[in-house]
Design a protein around this ligand. Structure first.
Ligand code: IMP
Ligand code: MG
Length: 178
């Protein structure tokens, strides 16, 4: 565990993360028919997860990234989400797996899965490293979940607080006051 003298409480270790991703990769490999699979990583939090998951799937996968900014539910009740960086590739006729760091309210993925469905893919599923089911306000079908966690704010392994802590190897709870 890195010592940055911050109020960080280790929740999921690097070893646990890698073991679980190996299982997820094997499961994904078994679930999809032979052929192309497109992994769509959501910037920036999912970048480490996508890198490890892609290599745990023992076939060739194609990767691309989307940037999303979600208007907080306090400022916008519609739950509207904005795409800040779109894909370079077409999804037409392709098996698409959205790769996300964490599903919280579900607003982001609820919106994103519906947007990607309009691009005529063969299928759209979601893989998320972490899931906070208690916080859900929009339904999201998450086909592959790494870990369900309680309603606490976590950082590390790509997840940030104000752009900090992404490079921590473990997932840690950031204890308030931040
Ligand atoms: P949702 O639309 O509320 O599901 O938001 C999901 C996004 O909020 C994630 O992709 C993260 O960027 C961010 N997020 C939610 N919970 C946490 C957390 O505990 N730590 C860091 N980021 C989080
Ligand atoms: Mg995110």
């Amino acid at each position: 565990m890195e010592n940055r003298s911050m109020p960080l409480r280790p929740l999921i270790s690097e070893q646990q993360i890698h073991a679980r991703i190996a299982e997820m990769g094997a499961r994904i490999d078994a679930d999809y028919p032979a052929g192309d699979l497109y992994l769509i990583g959501i910037l920036k939090g999912a970048c480490f997860f996508l890198a490890d998951l892609a290599r745990a799937i023992h076939r060739e996968v194609f990767i691309d990234f989307m940037g999303i900014s979600s208007y907080g539910m306090n400022t916008r009740s519609s739950g509207e989400v904005k795409i800040t960086r779109d894909l370079d590739i077409s999804l037409e006729g392709r098996h698409v797996l959205i790769v996300e760091d964490i599903v919280d309210s579900g607003v982001t993925l609820h919106y994103l899965t519906s947007v990607l469905q309009t691009r005529n893919p063969k299928s759209v599923r979601v893989a998320a490293l972490l899931d906070k089911p208690e916080r859900r306000i929009r339904p999201v079908d998450v086909a592959y979940v790494g870990f369900q966690i309680p309603d606490e704010f976590v950082v590390g392994y790509g997840l940030d607080y104000a752009e900090r802590y992404r490079t921590l190897r473990d997932v840690c709870v950031l204890e308030p006051p931040y």
